[in-house]
Write a protein that binds this ligand. Structure first.
Ligand code: AMP
Ligand code: MG
Length: 427
């Protein structure tokens, strides 16, 4: 299917000089729409993909009442009317349903997953029963006290037939895949992966693996961004390192924009003499510098070149990591068709004290403290410094201090966003 899925022409335009964190997210949430087409995806490769239209169960799951254990099935009324001693009249294994109803007053030898025969409503576990042979029959002796419906799974108790089981915009988890498979569907309608190009910008940068030269900085942002993108439904093109020259930056952006849904860059995104990204973006399309009132936060550039979204991250690794998790990832998910999802927060006691400037939101690298086998407290990485990758590695998530907070005292409840809520593996 090829639908016309286009960006709003000026999706990143904003009048605010300094945006609050919430405003930035609201803009991303309301302006960005899916830009990718829809395709049928076999279930085996559907985990992590985004569902394009509601998935409805074509039949109930389980499809029939069945035994939850190996044992004996019977009508509870027959069981209570007798001394618990019932003749075994039939044997029913999984996948081999009986073609007739259970003869009144008898029990069926039954195995886990086998269809309950009409007339039976209760199953006794084989471990709780014993059998007695007579000349004419095998009798099962069922202990007292079994409740009606014991060890029986009901038709439709997991999923009702016709029920919506997955809403559009859901990113399929392995559990979702299992639910879809259980209804018998072999494929689902998903948004196609986003085509994303990524690049690093800076004359000082050197690709990891290259011999070190004086003054060089190894490019850690591209591997970081590539690894964070790997968790999204995306096909990645690595454009490499682009030097600090206007023409080179323009050429790289124009080339990538022609064949991608989004470009992610890091570095060169300020208004410095050696920063060419902004200018190139202005030449080729539209750019909007977002000054978000958060720390860590340098201005980020958002823009578009035709139908390609441009997300320009700062150069410092900590800012790259935090801005990717907070803004770039939600933006990409929105473009990829995912429904909006706020990261959930835990409320933990601060194991630190600090002063804070009001008016901006701060995100600290948070380290969970395990006291006697349980977690109630969070510490912050003690060093500042936007170049310290070490802090990102030690952290388990981000501590979020709202705009109005002016100080944190030890023991104050603080909001903590676990990395898992930001699509990152736990630290
Ligand atoms: P810039 O935004 O280009 O001024 O870069 C800010 C800081 O981040 C400088 O110290 C750069 O050397 C550093 N930086 C920029 N890009 C990268 C990168 N890809 N990997 C590691 N450090 C970077
Ligand atoms: Mg630079």
């Amino acid at each position: 299917m090829t639908a016309s899925r286009r960006l709003i022409d000026d999706c990143f335009l904003t009048d605010t000089e300094r945006m609050r964190h919430d405003e930035a997210l609201a803009l991303i949430r309301t302006r960005l729409r899916p830009v990718v087409d829809i395709e049928d995806v076999p279930l085996a490769s559907a985990s992590g993909r985004i569902i394009a239209s509601a998935v409805t169960a074509p039949r109930p799951v389980p499809g029939h009442d069945n035994a939850a254990v190996d044992g004996f099935a019977f009508a509870h009324a027959d069981y209570t009317a007798s001394d618990g001693r019932l003749p075994v009249s039939v044997r029913i294994a999984a996948g081999h349903p009986a073609s007739f109803a259970l003869p009144a007053g008898s029990a069926a030898r039954i195995f886990t997953g086998a269809v309950m025969p009409p007339g039976a409503d209760t199953v006794a576990m084989q471990e709780d029963c014993r059998t007695e042979e007579t000349e004419t029959a095998t009798l099962v002796v069922v202990p007292k006290g079994l409740k009606l419906g014991a060890n029986r799974r009901l038709r439709g108790e997991d999923l009702a037939g016709g029920a919506t089981i997955i809403e559009p915009g859901t990113r399929l988890t392995p559990q979702d895949v299992a639910a879809i498979a259980s209804t018998g569907m072999g494929s689902v309608s998903c948004y196609k992966p986003l085509r994303i190009a990524m690049l690093s910008s800076g004359d000082e940068l050197l690709a990891p693996g290259a011999p070190f030269t004086e003054g060089a900085v190894y490019d850690s942002n591209r591997p970081l961004i590539a690894a964070m993108l790997a968790a999204l439904p995306a096909e990645i093109t690595d454009v490499g390192i682009v030097p600090d020259k206007g023409a080179a930056v323009r050429e790289a952006l124009a080339g990538a924009a022609a064949s991608h849904d989004a470009i992610i860059s890091s570095g060169g995104a300020s208004r410095g003499e050696e920063d060419h990204l902004i200018e190139a973006l202005e030449d080729l399309g539209k750019r909007h510098l977002w000054q978000i009132a958060v720390k860590p936060g340098r201005p980020m550039s958002f823009g578009q070149i035709g139908d390609c979204v441009m997300l320009g991250l700062p150069g410092n690794p900590v800012a790259v990591f935090v801005c990717f998790a907070l803004y770039v990832r939600p933006a990409l998910l929105a473009l990829a068709g995912a429904a909006w999802r706020e990261p959930r927060r835990l409320l933990l006691d601060a194991a630190f004290a600090m002063k804070k400037k009001p008016g901006r939101r701060e995100f600290l690298r948070g380290i969970l403290i395990d006291d006697n086998g349980g977690i109630r407290r969070v510490a912050k990485f003690p060093r500042d410094g936007s170049g310290l990758i070490t802090g990102l590695r030690e952290a388990d998530g981000l501590i979020e201090l709202p705009e109005e907070v002016e100080a944190v005292t030890e023991g104050d409840p603080v909001r903590f966003i676990p990395f898992g809520e930001l699509g990152l593996p736990p630290g």
